[in-house]
Design a binder for this molecule. Structure first.
Ligand code: ADP
Length: 608
């Protein structure tokens, strides 16, 4: 990668850090500067103190110098500690915002891309690289190190600058010292560069091991596989695989440690030779009376700090550049464009909620597949209607909803909203008229209110109201922090764990909070038993009020209360009508499915 590209990526990365949390960055920079100024205060004042002692200055003058040293160090340390604590709080916010932004990207991405195997691979690769320590973590670490080392370089330089103007040190001495500093810095830079290369190679090797390690750990750690592991006695085999992965990593780690120790020792030896040389040159100048005792101490300390900071700075630049390829990949995910046709029409916000939707001869094939998931679908419905979509698994129910809310565009035919092709509407506006709870909905490790509002800002009362409507009220009342409580423990140790049923209620509340004219429930209750699903579905008819509600289920009983039921079979709508009219058609699919399921429930009841 070219230098200009490294710089471009680093610039963008810094901007990105600022957008994630300005407070975090301000604390990182100010805290880094102050923290690194602290060692220079005693160096500077001790030199002044030594000179004052040597010159036999009065005690009160010495006392002022001591007081200044202690006072300034105290103030700097206090401010740095305060900034560091503010930073650690802001850092939580930063990682949370990052998580949110990535999720938002995934949510806003054209859905075809979310399901695309290349995009999925890119996403999981980025996740693994982040877990190994690249991307954001490395970026923060490098930025902090750059701030620290640049502060040390500038301060050391400003405190040693006067050395080069001393008459007592001959030009040859100054040249030798400058050469020595440059040589030592170059040697330390080379050794640290080699160390970095080795460390980088080690960590990039770890990405792969982490992929396997986390898979094995998830097999072992997840309760759903616990039964199989015990019954089929798989524990030993899995542990052996984990152990093999760990011992490979450990072996590589030991070899890395030995190599870096050798390299660091070489750098250290050179630094100490230089220190010796600096002492000699300065003592010689002091003997001729041209340099004070205090200045000798100051110059030696500052030159050593300068060399250390310069070499660390170079190592950090190396590490930052090493992270560029990872940051590039990270940004490439955030930059994935949306290939769907972007219309610009505004969706008329109708107070009367008079929307109607029409599917006109719609057929659809998923990308990279030949078989049609939907075939010649024709239907019309308007807001306020309660519509049920039933059919066996794989009959095309979810695909129908994906097309309705434009997660995909039809392969053939068109979908119209109030007579206009939905592709012509502004995508975000069109999406804003749908609230959908999918079967595989996701909740995030954010605050409960943030989950309900699907964003960082939420109206507490409104969130609590919809949570109560969706049946989560009792649990909410038992939570001391109410809607401000964190879900799960990823970001907050006091986060709450919720059951599958409670998660479903929160997902339903999220759909209600959005208050969109279309409310779609795509079997979010599939994990519940049929009776509980029926209860939730029938209750939702009241909650849905004058909205259009579309209920999807492969369990016919859950949807029987709907006036308008559509039966899907192999991607086609094969029957439409009310429960009574459909059941009356003894030759129809609905009749067949109804009795097949009724028999199943009856047998289930008998056996229980
Ligand atoms: P249902 O919701 O009725 O269970 P779906 O709409 O999920 O059915 O699926 C309809 C058909 O489309 C099925 O044959 C299924 O295998 C296929 N299908 C669903 N999702 C995808 C996808 N992302 N890629 C390819 N085929 C898919």
């Amino acid at each position: 990668m070219k230098l200009s590209e490294h710089i471009k990526i680093f610039k963008r990365s810094l901007q990105y850090l600022f957008t994630l949390s300005r407070t975090h960055m301000v604390c990182l920079i100010l805290g880094g500067i102050l923290q690194n100024l602290i060692p220079y205060v005693p160096i500077y004042f001790s030199a002044r103190l030594l000179d004052a002692l040597y010159e036999g200055q009065p005690v009160d003058r010495l006392f002022v110098l001591v007081l200044l040293t202690v006072g300034i160090v105290f103030l700097l340390s206090l401010t740095a500690a305060w900034l560091s604590s503010a930073r650690s709080q802001a850092s939580n916010e930063m990682y949370r915002n990052q998580h949110w932004e990535q999720s938002e990207k995934t949510m806003q991405m054209a859905y075809a891309l979310v399901e695309d195997p290349d995009v999925t691979l890119l996403r999981s690769r980025i996740a693994m690289e982040s877990q190994t320590g690249y991307n954001l973590w490395r970026l923060v670490f490098c930025t902090e190190s750059l701030v620290s080392n640049l502060t040390r370089i500038f301060t050391s330089l400003s405190l040693t600058m006067s050395f080069f103007f001393l008459d007592a040190v001959p030009l040859s001495g100054k040249l030798i010292l400058t050469g020595g500093i440059l040589l030592t810095t170059a040697a330390v830079v080379l050794t640290s560069r080699k160390t970095e290369e080795l460390t980088d190679r080690f960590y990039s090797g770890c990405v792969q091991a982490n992929v396997f390690g986390s898979k094995y750990a998830s097999y072992i750690g997840h309760y759903s596989s616990g039964k199989d592991i015990r019954i089929y006695d798989m524990a030993e085999g899995l542990l052996r695989l984990c152990d093999q992965e760990n011992s490979d990593i450990n072996r590589q780690r030991v070899s890395l440690n030995v190599k870096t120790a050798v390299l660091n020792t070489a750098g250290q030896i050179l630094t100490h030779i230089l220190r010796f040389g600096v002492y000699l040159i300065l003592i010689r100048a002091a003997l001729s009376g041209g340099v004070s005792v205090g200045s000798i101490a100051r110059y030696v300390s500052c030159i050593m700090l300068l060399i250390g900071a310069a070499s660390e700075c170079c190592a950090t630049i190396q590490q930052t550049f090493g992270n560029s390829a990872y940051m590039k990949r990270y940004f490439s995910y955030l930059d994935i464009p949306n290939p769907m046709y972007q219309g610009s029409l505004t969706v008329e916000k109708r107070d009367d909620n008079e929307y109607y939707v029409e599917f006109r001869d719609v057929s659809f094939r998923y990308p990279h597949t030949d078989a049609y998931a939907l075939r010649h679908v024709n239907l019309k419905f308007k807001v306020g209607e309660k519509l049920a979509v039933v059919g066996e698994n794989g009959s095309g129910k979810t695909t129908f909803i994906k097309l309705l809310c434009r997660l995909y565009d039809p392969t053939e035919g068109e979908i119209l909203l109030n007579g206009v092709n939905i592709r012509k509407y502004d995508y975000d506006e069109y999406m804003s008229i749908f609230s959908i709870v999918f079967q595989d909905f996701r909740l995030f490790a954010f605050r409960l209110g943030e989950n309900v509002a699907a964003g960082p800002k939420y109206d507490q009362e409104r969130a609590a109201r919809v949570l109560r409507q969706s049946g989560f009220g009792e649990r909410l009342a038992s939570m001391p922090e109410g809607t401000d409580s964190f879900l799960y423990k990823d970001f907050d140790g006091s986060g709450i764990e919720i059951s599958g049923g409670e998660a479903q209620k929160i997902a339903l509340a999220r759909a209600l909070y959005k208050d969109a004219p279309f409310l779609v429930l795509d079997e979010p209750t599939a994990a519940l038993d049929p009776v509980s699903e029926y209860e939730i579905y029938s209750k939702f008819n009241d909650i849905a009020g004058d909205k259009t509600a579309i209920y999807i289920s492969h369990r016919l009983a859950s949807c029987r209360f709907c006036d308008n039921i559509m039966v899907f079979h192999k991607g086609r709508i094969i029957q439409k009508g009310s429960h009574d009219s459909l059941i009356a058609d003894a030759a129809g699919k609905y009749h067949e499915l109804w009795y097949a399921q009724a028999q199943y429930y009856t047998e289930g009841t008998k056996s229980s």
